[in-house]
Design a protein around this ligand. Sequence first.
Ligand code: ADE
Ligand code: ZN
Ligand code: ZN
Length: 296
Amino acid sequence: MGGFEVLWIGRVILLLQLVPGILGWGKEGHYTICKIAEGYLSEDASAAVKELLPDHAEGDLASVCSWADEIRFHFHWSGPLHYVDTPDFRCNYSYCRDCHDTAGHKNRCVTGAIYNYTMQLMSYSDSNSEMKYNLTEALMFLSHFIGDVHQPLHVGFLGDEGGNTITIRWYKRKTNLHHVWDTMIIESALKTFYSKDLSIMIQAIQKNITDGWSDEFLLWEGCALDQTVCPDPYASESINLACKFAYRNATPGSTLGDDYFLSRLPVVEKRLAQSGVRLAATLNRIFSSRQSISQE
Ligand code: ADE
Ligand code: ZN
Ligand code: ZN
């Protein structure tokens, strides 16, 4: 490859990085969440997931957990399904008030999408469900959106588009607050603490789930009685964390460095852990054999 091509490709990569951080957690975040989930799947859920995954996934759920971001700009309708915005500075979330797209269409937000794709996947054992829904896509969307709803700024303020319009510096780099939470905190953690090796970070989080957060584990997994999925409490937690940690000390034009990074990294790691455990618990409820027996 000549120098000219290298320069050109470099510029394209730079340009892609400048596109506002409207994606969910970055690739690493979504991969981590789905890897953690894989470890907690029941036998029934694991079998159903393997059957539904596209061939190129080679049986690995984590490999398709960023698919929804890859197709986002191609399937325009899916854009609003990655987040839910709340009134500025209120620091609370309400499904009825907040779950709509910018045109006001109800249920077109991340929590609405989680309910919708869960409902679709519940038809897995119906013999004619394949005619109605694409359950492969439903599985890939659900696995991605359960991750997104845990990113605090995916339940952010309407006025700043979940931090997308808040320009800040991350160390020396110019970026926006949303992108810091999608990608930069995880990227910096990989460089600083995990020898740039994602599998080491995943192992550290897995160890924390069994050792450090074992007393909270059952609370994370639980869902209201008779409910298969509970995205609303996750969204409430997210906007709370957005107010307490993401927006705090991150005013437009500020530079975020060690203080911000070291105090927010534990929040990010816990959110990745919670999403993974909750994704598995949700898939386990959707694909439990009790469910398929009751429909026989
Ligand atoms: N676009 C508008 N609000 C957003 C949010 N909270 N997250 C991602 N993209 C958005
Ligand atoms: Zn995002
Ligand atoms: Zn997303």
